[in-house]
Design a protein. Structure first.
Length: 116
């Protein structure tokens, strides 16, 4: 004992927190993981869907059977085989109407499904 009546002081040891408890570090790690996806080569990334126009020779004969129709009001509506107005719908590429190879492609391009 150095000074009478006082204990020798020891250095205070801080408990080391696990990585997940280090809250300021979590957003930095998440941004790093999300940002790493931009560094992947194009061949590894999933491609966006390809949207076809009738004028390009793509039609129901080549497996693209979903018709993209633009209504008089300007709504973009797609029709699937078997729906009520599918056979009457004619794709006019001059108006911006298109053929889609899947329902997902039509939705992804911003078109909605026909209600009937």
């Amino acid at each position: 004992m150095g000074i009478q009546g006082q204990k020798a002081s020891r250095p205070i040891r801080r408990r080391r927190r696990p990585l997940l408890e280090q809250r300021p570090l979590i957003p930095v790690l998440l941004c790093g993981v999300a940002g790493a996806s931009y560094l992947l080569p194009q061949s590894v990334q999933h491609p966006l869907p390809t949207v076809h126009r009738q004028g390009g020779g793509i039609s129901a004969l080549s497996g693209c059977a979903t018709k993209g129709n633009i209504s008089v009001a300007g709504e973009r509506i797609y029709h699937m085989p078997g729906q009520r107005h599918y056979n009457e719908t004619v794709v006019n590429s001059a108006k911006g109407e298109r053929w889609f190879c899947s329902q997902w492609q039509a939705w992804w391009a911003g078109w909605r499904k026909s209600k009937v």
